[in-house]
Design a protein around this ligand. Structure first.
Ligand SMILES: [Zn+2]
Length: 309
């Protein structure tokens, strides 16, 4: 219900505090050892002042997203989908792929969108138009808006974030290309953002992890499952949306038919953030204040996973 959501977007300082709390749980040893006295509320514009992998002595190699110029050169650097270069922060060596599902131009390009492409062992349509709420809020727009909010948060923590599309007016890319972008980026984690088009009577969210597909997903099943669990927990807490009541699995699903997962060589999950066709979910999904909260939760879920190592 909208009434359960705070009246306005939380400030970055508040977000920083929530990630501090999260990190003191996950990385308490590092946090305690750092002796950092930086109080996030002192500077609301500052990136979250946490001990990152560099400070903790782990992962100090020239991993993705470091300030090493050779690494930077190897990263995509054009368009809004690219990070602004390595930044300081707890996620400073991490690269995240965010894939906002569908695209605003898909409906006008049926030939392109219906073309068959590889989806792993089988072939599927390049993409689809996506779902829509009862009052006409399109899923592609929701996915895009939420992706930008999540990107902003991860970048504030120092991560390099790559998007699979540059705007919400174009066509595609196809599902196989979306996977390839994450693979070429060598993302540490990849998230495809969607909202479901299930029967209107059902509500709730679920996270989809790749199931075992011979010759395709063996290497990503295990890490993707961890990513799915971290995301499910944080999203459940932060979004106020329950586990999908039209599926079994307590908000976790495993699928072997999604090209975006089958073709990924990096840990990847889909978030079906709610059911666009359900009135109660749609009221939240279309609420800008709720989107800020949801983006906080998604960024936290990704951050917990990225700081596991
Ligand atoms: Zn979708």
């Amino acid at each position: 219900m909208p009434a359960s959501v705070p009246a306005g977007p939380r400030s970055r300082a508040v977000r920083a505090l929530s990630l501090v709390a999260l990190t003191t749980t996950v990385l308490f040893a590092t946090a305690c050892a750092s002796g950092s006295g930086a109080a996030p509320e002192d500077d609301p514009t500052a990136a979250i002042p946490l001990p990152g992998p560099e400070d903790g002595g782990a992962g100090t190699g020239a991993g993705p997203g470091t300030s090493d110029s050779a690494d930077d050169a190897a990263r995509p650097s054009d368009g809004p989908g690219a990070g602004d270069g390595a930044a300081d922060g707890p996620l400073g060596t991490r690269v995240v792929l965010i894939d906002p599902g569908h695209n605003g131009g898909n409906a006008e390009a049926p030939d392109e969108i219906n073309a068959m492409v590889s989806a792993g062992p089988e072939r599927k349509a390049c993409d689809t138009v996506g779902a829509e709420s009862g009052d006409g809020y399109p899923e592609h727009e929701f996915n895009w808006d939420l992706a930008l909010l999540v990107k902003e948060r991860l970048e504030a923590d120092g991560a390099t974030v790559v998007l699979t599309r540059d705007d919400n007016e174009s066509v595609g890319p196809c599902i196989d290309e979306r996977a390839a972008i994450g693979n070429e980026t060598e993302a540490d984690a990849a998230l495809s953002i969607h909202a479901d088009g299930a029967p209107a009577s059902g509500r709730g969210f679920h996270v989809i992890a790749p199931g075992e597909v011979d010759g395709f997903t063996e290497d990503i099943v295990e890490p993707s499952r961890l990513l799915a669990e971290d995301l499910r927990r944080e999203y459940r807490e932060g979004s106020g949306i329950p586990y999908a009541d039209y599926l079994d699995g307590d908000g976790l699903d495993e699928r072997t038919d999604l090209g975006g997962l089958n073709l990924s060589t990096v840990p990847k999950v889909f978030l079906e953030a709610g059911n666009m066709r359900n009135e109660e979910d749609a009221a939240l999904l279309s609420d800008p204040a709720w989107q800020e909260e949801a983006a906080d939760a998604i960024a936290r879920g990704l951050a917990v996973y990225l700081m596991r190592e």
